[in-house]
Design a protein around this ligand. Sequence first.
Ligand SMILES: CC(C)(COP(=O)(O)OP(=O)(O)OC[C@H]1O[C@@H](n2cnc3c(N)ncnc32)[C@H](O)[C@@H]1OP(=O)(O)O)[C@@H](O)C(=O)NCCC(=O)NCCS
Length: 153
Amino acid sequence: MSDGAGLVVATAAHAPAMAAIHAASYPPRERWGADAMALQLGLPGAFGLIDPQGGLILARQIADEAEILTLAVTPGLRCQGRGGRLLSAAIAEATLRGAAAMFLEVSESNNAAKQLYRNHGFVTVGFRRHYYPDGSNADVMRRPLTYGAAAGA
Ligand SMILES: CC(C)(COP(=O)(O)OP(=O)(O)OC[C@H]1O[C@@H](n2cnc3c(N)ncnc32)[C@H](O)[C@@H]1OP(=O)(O)O)[C@@H](O)C(=O)NCCC(=O)NCCS
């Protein structure tokens, strides 16, 4: 099933393809395999969208809060707006599901991702020390969600 913007709504059947995108996008210790993808997709409130060319986003909505679980675009396809399209679609979906705010963690040194999130209305609201397996720190970012302005920055 497509969302109308060329993105495909993820199901457990997509888990192997999603794991391949993730493996191409993240360093070894941060990769999610097919089992992890299927597990995350099966969490209450979870949803995923896939760019069939090589991108994915997984998010989760519980009551009035949503969270980005992972976002990836394969290296050869970056800086073409694909990450932004996936993020906008997840923002829109979370808003439709009733979330009033979206949160995410991002490595404090991940300038590309932090710029992308800022472009889409996220601001840094917190900090998690030693959040990642390599011991690096994470920024916590938040974006309010407003019904009727879901997909914009
Ligand atoms: C983060 C990621 C998903 C972005 O995907 P993408 O398809 O390149 O995203 P877009 O093309 O929509 O936008 C990228 C933005 O980052 C900016 N950018 C790219 N490299 C940058 C850098 N080194 N420093 C600052 N900004 C950078 C681009 O200029 C663009 O902003 P713009 O629209 O103002 O020009 C991709 O880089 C990725 O998969 N990275 C590895 C996994 C990851 O870090 N995921 C996020 C974890 S929280």
